[in-house]
Every structure is written in C-alpha cells, then in structure tokens.
Design a protein around this ligand. Structure first.
Ligand code: FE
Length: 210
C-alpha cells in the first residue's frame, strides 16, 4: 500500500493531511501542544515549501514518492528532496501511531518479530537503542526487506528507507521537535512510549507485502 493512499495527498498541490485521530488521543504520551506545533506548524511548513519549490516545474506532475526518488542524491534538488521526504515521513509518522494500546501487536507482524528478533522485548530494545543512537535529527524505522525479514534502521534528517529498497512498516520521528515539549531531552522515554504504547500494529500488518 502506498503512503499516498494514507495521506490523501498524492499530487501537487499537496495539502496537510488531517491527523487520523483527535489531537488529544495519544495523551498522556503525546500532548495536544506537541501536535499543535509538530503537525500544524512543522509538517505544514514542509508542505508549503514543497509546493513553492515545485510549482511550475516538471516535478509538479509527479506523485510524492516519485518526487522523492527522482530528486534523491541530486545536489541541485536537495531542497525539494528534503521537503518532499519530510512531507512523506510525517504523513507516515501520524499513521504509525494510534491511541494507547488500541492497535495491539498480533498477526503476521508478531510472528515475523519473534522469528527475526527472538522476542518482542529484544525487538523493542533494538528499536529504542537505534532511535536513541541516531546522532542529531532523524528517524527510526521498522521495515521489511525484500526477503520479508523485519529490520530496524535509522536515517538522518529527511532521509527515508523509500530510497533504500526497504518497505517501511512504522516510523518514529526523533527530531527534537517531536518530543521536546513532552519529554525535554529524554528521547529514550519517547521511544519507549512509542514502541510500547502508541505503535499502530494494524498499519504494520497492512503494509507487509513480501
Ligand atoms: Fe517532525
């Protein structure tokens, strides 16, 4: 399933997707104030900037994933790439969360986690350690590789596994703007809240394709 079908913003002009839950639905783990900045200001700014940068160019006819893959690694397109990737990453991040413990771990994703990590505890520890060890801004991802193996990866700044041949199943934003209002410098506490209480395992199961 393409991210674009989640975010209802497949082509220019891109629009800020509504959150898939009320802005107080993730409390006490993510506050309304965090959403008022992170969704309404940070995410929206990436969308406004992307639209400005591609208006009147050939990229305006492409869908979001194509804009990302066609600008990746091109020095003269870095601004477009960064904004497009951040639009994608944030749209997917909102979908990666759900009201606390409302989308419980089960089904095929649980079988794969236990097969590939031994236990959910070992998987969750690997996720938290990977997110905590991302130096500076970035993202931590649960992905499926081409053989169907579940892998945990991290990316810097706007980078996304979409350009690395991996199928993202869930992501957590570890830019400071994602957690500073609620957790200050305690990134590990935010990652723990995400993987133990907020992760949307229904979305992860739906996105498995190998
Ligand atoms: Fe963010």
């Amino acid at each position: 399933m393409s991210i674009c079908s989640f975010s209802n913003q497949s082509k220019f002009p891109f629009v800020l997707p509504a959150l898939p839950y009320a802005n107080n639905a993730l409390m006490p783990f993510v506050s309304e104030e965090t959403f008022s900045f992170h969704h309404q200001k940070h995410h929206n700014t990436y969308i406004v900037n992307l639209n400005k940068l591609i208006d009147g160019t050939e990229l305006a006819s492409l869908d979001l994933e194509a804009i990302i893959t066609q600008t990746f690694g091109k020095a003269d397109k870095i601004g477009i790439y960064n904004n497009a990737a951040q639009v994608w990453n944030h749209s997917f991040f909102w979908q990666s969360m759900s009201a606390p413990k409302s989308k419980v771990l089960g089904g095929e994703i649980l079988k794969r986690i236990e097969r590939d990590f031994g236990s959910f505890t070992a998987f969750a520890d690997a996720f938290k350690n990977t997110g905590a060890s991302q130096f500076g801004s970035g993202w931590v991802w649960v992905c499926e590789d081409a053989s169907g193996k579940i892998v945990i990866t991290k990316t810097s700044n706007a980078d996304t596994p979409v350009t690395q041949g991996l199928n993202p199943l869930l992501t957590c934003d570890v830019w400071e703007h994602a957690y500073y209002i609620d957790y200050q410098n305690r990134r590990l506490d935010f990652l723990t809240a995400f993987i133990e209480n907020l992760a949307n395992w229904e979305v992860a199961n739906q996105r498995l394709k190998h």
